[in-house]
Design a protein around this ligand. Structure first.
Ligand code: PMP
Length: 417
């Protein structure tokens, strides 16, 4: 028996491919996933993964919340629940969103198993093979993977240090439509973007909303990092300005803990039923246990203070990374200066191929994610994402120093400095 299991897990015999559905061919491991095995070696400083840092999480307090929940309300917590999500938590989620200017009704909130599941549901509902999805250039690798599995054609729209460029969006819409293709939605991460770390300005938010409204294109606003601003609060959510044309995605993964797997979608009323039916067919209902644990945590604990201490922890790490980039990276490299979130995006001279450079970085005991992972079209080969969320400030300095050395040597080899 165990022999059979091993065989199933060690690879797919070729003839099985023929039995798969057509869409299974789209299921490929992400570039980041294959990196993780190497990046998680203890001798490597990983600036690759985007894992939230739980060292500041109050574990004992959460143990108390969970114990109390099971002792006082275990029958409900361990039972199946509503496909749309627990009503009490949906109400509390509206309070969380109010921090970013959103006035929402709990009826329009659908609780999901992380916002990743919401991305899957939206893709399932909207994308036919060949449909176009507009995304920032670069964009979140997990969303690109999902869109790819539903056979979307992903079109990247240029961004700069102020986020997605409205004029580039207009041009992308015109050229896509001129080519006879259907645009299903614009997917964007306005706050401390993954992977670029940039913040979309308030003016551009309004302009992008106007463009999408007038062109009848839904906006998917993915906002995992909005409450993790370092110096000042982020501008109001786009959904605060437009409740008809924006599908808003939120998650507790970065503000509480990712292992609980609780996120949500706030959708226009016309979409709610489809979302709930789609979600029920994949998971029946989100976990009552983790929803109620979060609900008790939000009612009884100082969750705003906890978010502030997470933000402080990430700010210290951001500072360590920016200081060491300044100190150790060679001339010719440029990078973004995030005001929140987890990531810095580095751009190098076009002669440097960050994917090909990875083995040398590993020898230097540091890992990052090559830029091509964040593009659907092979672009990005001379850029990389560095994350500062997880390692200690000392490790960040050590990693950036090592990577700076690897880059300087490579640039010298190519006569670039
Ligand atoms: N969107 C973005 C931009 C992310 O960075 C992540 C997590 N890395 C997710 C969605 C998914 O988060 P989760 O499923 O944990 O809510």
């Amino acid at each position: 028996m165990s022999g059979d299991i091993t065989r199933i897990h060690t690879g797919v015999p070729q003839h099985l491919d023929e039995r798969f559905a057509h869409r299974a061919a789209m299921m490929k491991p992400s570039e980041i996933r294959s990196l993780f095995a190497v990046a998680s070696r203890p001798d490597i400083v990983s600036l690759a993964g985007g894992m939230p840092n739980l060292t500041a999480f109050p574990m004992e307090m959460m143990a108390g919340v969970v114990e109390k929940l099971l002792l006082e309300n275990g029958q409900e917590a361990l039972q199946y629940g509503s496909g749309q999500g627990h009503p009490k938590l949906r109400t509390q989620i509206c309070d969380v969103m109010a921090l970013e200017g959103i006035h929402a009704h709990p009826d329009d909130v659908i609780v999901t198993t992380g916002s990743q599941q919401a991305l899957d549901l939206i893709s399932r509902i909207f994308i036919d093979p060949g449909d176009v999805v507009l995304v920032e250039a670069p964009s979140y690798v997990g969303a690109l993977g999902t869109f790819h599995q539903y056979e979307a054609q992903v079109v990247h729209v240029a961004m700069d240090n102020d986020g997605l460029i409205p004029q580039a969006l207009r041009e992308a819409i015109t050229s896509t439509r001129a080519a006879g293709r259907k645009i299903k939605f614009l997917y964007l991460i306005p706050n401390y973007q993954n992977p670029a770390g940039v913040l979309l300005t308030a003016e551009r938010r309004t302009e992008i909303l106007e463009i999408c409204r007038s062109e009848a294109i839904f906006v998917i606003e993915d906002n995992p990092y909005g409450l993790l601003g370092f110096e000042r609060p982020s501008p109001n959510a786009m959904r605060a300005e437009d409740s008809e044309n924006v599908i808003y995605l939120g998650t507790f993964s970065k503000t509480i803990a990712p292992g609980l797997r609780v996120g949500w979608a706030l959708v226009p009323q016309s979409l709610k039923e489809k979302m709930v039916i789609a979600s029920e067919s994949s998971i029946l209902c989100p976990s009552n246990f983790t929803q109620l644990a979060i609900s008790s945590y939000l009612s009884d604990q100082p969750w705003r203070d906890q978010i502030a201490s997470f933000a402080q922890l990430y700010k210290v790490r951001r500072d360590a990374m920016l200081e060491s980039l300044e100190k150790y990276f060679p001339k010719g490299a440029t990078w973004t200066k995030p005001e929140g979130g987890f990531y810095v995006w580095v751009t190098l001279p076009p002669e440097i191929d960050t994917k090909a450079l990875m083995p040398k970085a590993i020898v230097g005991k540091v890992a990052y994610v090559p830029g091509t992972a964040f593009y659907a079209d092979g672009f990005g080969s001379w850029s990389m994402r560095l994350s500062y969320c997880y390692p200690s400030p000392e490790k960040i300095r050590e990693g950036v120093k090592a990577l700076g050395g690897v880059l300087a040597t490579e640039m010298q080899l190519r006569g670039l400095n």
